[in-house]
Design a protein around this ligand. Structure first.
Ligand code: ATP
Length: 232
């Protein structure tokens, strides 16, 4: 479904991604783990089309999208949940969610029912300003806003950041249920060991803008092995 081949990207002239090869199959949940500043956010921005690669190609759903705009990629079914969530604090929960439906025409009310099924708190607080929600609830809101555009591939940037541990586990479970029920393919980046192990079917390890390893289920089950990748 998604394939990056030798992708290099830079801010001004500072190279950040260095020849990234990565692929995600339809229906998978794939993680990219790495410490602060290795380029995880830059990777997702490049996949979304917010940063154009200086080298390499990005293929999505059988087409070369390397030069496609972020809008075009969104319409083609890529959803993006940025780090820090970016909800509109002065808009209500419902207004925030409705923002997402403008992207693709095929969202319908059944989808809303499903989304509120995952996150009933958002239904309860539909008329409350988003800025009054907790960090975990804002993360749920950002996920819900992305889901109403009915994405085929969801890009998720550090879902655990700034969220209390009890909610982190719940969000991991919700993402797995969404993947299973709605068939949404997920590519996420994280440095939280628990989230990586719980959510990912498969994982890439990133260091200084490069993919240095690919980790399958057996290694994912080994907490010490995964911790090594994230050790300071
Ligand atoms: N807009 C920007 N302009 C210039 N440099 C940037 C910009 N955004 C990020 N960088 C730099 O690019 C590098 C990679 O940053 P990136 O945010 O992709 O890493 P990350 O792995 O997501 O880290 P974190 O976990 O802290 O979000 C860092 O050195 C960062 O300082």
């Amino acid at each position: 479904m998604l394939e990056l081949d030798g992708v290099t990207a830079a801010y001004d002239r500072t190279p950040i991604l260095r020849g990234v090869d990565l692929s995600v199959d339809e229906g998978e949940i794939v993680g990219v783990m790495g410490k602060n500043g290795v380029g995880k956010t830059t990777l997702l921005k490049t996949v979304m089309g917010l940063l154009e690669p200086t080298e390499g190609t990005i293929r999505y759903a059988g087409a070369d999208v390397t030069s496609a705009s972020a809008d075009e990629r969104a319409r083609a079914g890529i959803g993006y949940i940025p780090q820090g969530r970016d909800v509109f604090p002065k808009l209500t929960v419902e207004q925030n969610i409705r923002m997402g439906e403008k992207i693709r025409a095929d969202s319908d009310e059944t989808l809303y029912d499903q989304i509120y099924g995952y996150f009933p708190i958002l239904d309860e607080r539909a008329n409350q300003d988003a800025g009054t929600l907790s960090g975990g609830q804002q993360q749920m809101l950002a996920i819900a806003r992305a889901l109403v555009s009915n994405p085929d591939l969801l890009l998720l940037d550090e879902p655990s950041e700034g969220i209390q541990p009890s909610i982190v586990g719940q969000i991991s479970e919700d993402m797995q249920a969404i993947n299973e029920d709605l068939g949404t393919t997920i590519l996420f980046v994280e440095q939280n060991l628990g989230v990586i192990r719980e959510m990912a079917d498969r994982c890439y390890a990133m260091e200084r803008g490069e993919i240095v390893d690919e980790v399958g289920p057996t290694t994912l089950a080994d907490e010490d092995a995964i911790a090594e990748y994230l050790a300071v």
